[in-house]
Design a protein around this ligand. Structure first.
Ligand code: SF4
Ligand code: SF4
Length: 159
């Protein structure tokens, strides 16, 4: 399965990936409108962590063993046929089990507005269906994010 691969050495902490993620998951699909009118600032699945001189964009690994799915009490988190660990926000009851259960901090509580639900990376499933790369990968100006198979998975295929 292809995933977003993070190359820390190339990340310049420009935050473009965060903005692209928010815009792609917004109604307007527009970065300015999603922040200013839809109030989605911070509702990003790609979170840039900076520990100078290093920076990297952390996000869901779509784990082989998804701890978030184990922790979910409502069945809101499922693995899709294409391998994506998908969180259905409509089915989420906001227990935060996935938020606590994910060892990478990749499941987030939505604390803004009246909707209480968790959210996480869906690998931009609609973009993938349209033959496009995830939005964060496209937005990165320094190729610090790649959409590809991990080395471990490639080695497993060739064993
Ligand atoms: S949210 Fe966390 S536990 Fe769940 S698949 Fe993503 S990285 Fe794994
Ligand atoms: S917060 Fe929602 S998605 Fe997360 S474990 Fe609870 S019900 Fe499932």
């Amino acid at each position: 399965m292809k995933k977003v691969i993070i190359i820390e050495d190339y990340c310049i902490a420009c935050y473009n990936c965060e903005v692209a993620c928010v815009a792609t998951h917004s109604r307007s699909q527009d970065p300015v409108k999603s922040y200013k009118r839809e109030g989605l600032r911070g509702k990003t699945n790609a979170v840039v962590e900076v520990e100078s001189p290093l920076a990297f964009s952390s996000m869901c690994r779509h784990c082989k063993h998804p701890w978030c799915m184990d922790a979910c009490i409502s069945g809101a988190i499922q693995r899709l046929d294409n391998g994506i660990v998908y969180l259905d926000e409509e089915r989420c009851v906001g227990c935060w089990g996935c938020v606590v259960g994910c060892p990478y901090g990749a499941a987030h509580p939505n604390l803004a507005g009246k909707d209480k639900h968790a959210f996480k990376c869906d690998l931009c499933i609609k973009r993938l269906d349209a033959g496009l790369n995830p939005a964060c990968v496209e937005a990165c100006p320094n190729n610090a994010l790649l959409y590809d198979e991990t080395i471990e998975e490639r080695e497993e295929v060739h064993k």
